[in-house]
Design a protein around this ligand. Sequence first.
Ligand code: FEO
Ligand code: CA
Ligand code: CA
Ligand code: CA
Length: 661
Amino acid sequence: QGAVASPLGSLGFKPVAKSMADMVVVPEGYTATIVYALGDPLSASTPDFKNDGSDTAFDQRAGDHHDGMEWFGLDAQGKPSRTASARGVIAMNHEATTDQKLSSFFLHANGGASTLPRPASEIDKELMIHGLSVVELQNDGKRWAYQKASPFNRRVTTMSDAVIHGPARGSEHLVTRYDPTATKARGTLNNCGSGKTPWGTYVSGEENWFGYFFRDAQDDDRRKKDKQVQALVRYGRKAGAASRHGWESGGSDERYARWNNGALAASAKDDFRNEMNTFGYVVEIDPYDKTQAVRKRTALGRLGHENCTFARAVAGQPVVAYMGDDARGEYIYKFVSAARWDAADAEPANRLAAGDKYLDKGTLYVARFKDDGSGEWLELSMDNPVIAGSSYFEFKNAADIAVFTRLAADAVGATKMDRPEWAGVNPKNGEVYITLTNNSNRTPAATDAANPRSYTDLKNGKEQKGNVNGHVIRLAETQPAASAFKWDIFLFAAEAGADKSTINLSNLSDANDLSSPDGLVFSQATGLCWIETDDGAYTDKTNCMLLAAVPGRVGDGGTRTLTHGNRTVTTHAGKPQTPATLKRFLVGPKGAEITGITETPDGRALFVNIQHPGENTNMADIGNPAKYESHWPASVGYGVGQRPRSATIVITKNDGGLIGS
Ligand code: FEO
Ligand code: CA
Ligand code: CA
Ligand code: CA
């Protein structure tokens, strides 16, 4: 392999110290500039964002909770360009909102209603603030700015048209009142991680979509002959489950009623029992063409999708993508296309048609990790006799596997992981890195070589248990479509002061200690591995952060034996880290997760998302801005008001150099 333009073998910057300040801190010699925040208008006619809870028209504004994002260049004439680094569009996920007691409280003037039924006017804003945006950015030679009136600007919301593709298209499980033919659906939701396809489109993972649906306590009885009850429970919706925002309470209009799983009519054509089955996919858009609807790529399975990252496409070989399912004890997946890569598709005439070619037919696999440092990809298809003959769940066809993927993975005996978040592919050697953010359910008795830590972290009298700080696992395959792999653990996240024989196994110091790795992306320009955190365990000492790593390779360390009472677990660990191989690059403002990262192809501008600053604010304090946890970014001069806003920043080096050098 070896697609890296200017590999950086070292980290030239000075590490940033842990920080609790309400600001973005970057190394000396670097500048961070805010370019695109919640509510920013995406058309010339949309009013400026007042940031006081009175704003409307969110279908024409930046959404909330900026998450995964990817850069797509434009040349000076505004035509798509793979190399353009001064002008481009960024496609971005707007995952969720900062909420308490049903309400997205920073979006409503008085914090909004915290009891049911919720006012339709509040729900309407919340429906529009989720989804995706596409926004044009330009560097005029002095500074970066988003282009408010760009014709490329776009919003996709929970109400936008979507087209079902892949094995679940036309399936009985996706028959809805909206489309009895099961070929279309409404919207995309809780979009988390991102990816860029080899044919130049944007993909986004729908993650915690199930929490938006209500099931009343009688729904099991009503559905008693329905095999979907097992799936509803497996996807987190027991009968009696309340919804995150109470959107179902807004009235009889479908835009509200569709969020109620349980109001059954005579048949699925007349009710909303299958609405939940229309979410949980990787969705694809052409970032350069806002006239085309979202395509839901059901061949990649229905999960709590994080990101979807592609192996380098090789002519004549299948296209391969890696994906995590982020919940405690969920799995790692790989998709292998049926079609072989044609290098001419790197610049296709019709990008979404290329998506149809590579993402609608193929095979989904799930990972089993063995204690000896090897692993295998287990096929999730009717060709696998374990699935065809499963008594655990009666799979009849490929649509059943595409819609109830977690059950298929259960049936084949995949390895339950410590919350798989982002996957990244090392452009130098094709190795796949996957963050396992933490797992409070990992008991000492249930540790295995791939998820080997379970410990207690006592903090200010509060006890946290399990894999408190998370780790990063990595896989090496002889080729991306291979059915076997070798693995080791690249990094054990830990506090620098933690015990080095049980917790701080990677020998982290103040220059590079971290907790809860989540976003993970390799720079195509420098080969550095960027790691972002979404933490709640070390937040007594530091806000969330971004670190840069110089990757090694699978097997460059040795084995480590951990003792849990009378049980021992031997794992495979990479080399201990030093500030030469792992270094903190950025610390974010208060209450924020650092997530989403993309770069210009020249490696000289790095875009990072600051998600939910101030999320620990008490909703009851909405009338008292002095009590908000954060006032970023208005506090540093971006926009007005005192309410904190998710935002995109761009980081440049003052001497114009590569980011990380
Ligand atoms: Fe949206 Fe698992 O993070
Ligand atoms: Ca995440
Ligand atoms: Ca996370
Ligand atoms: Ca978050």
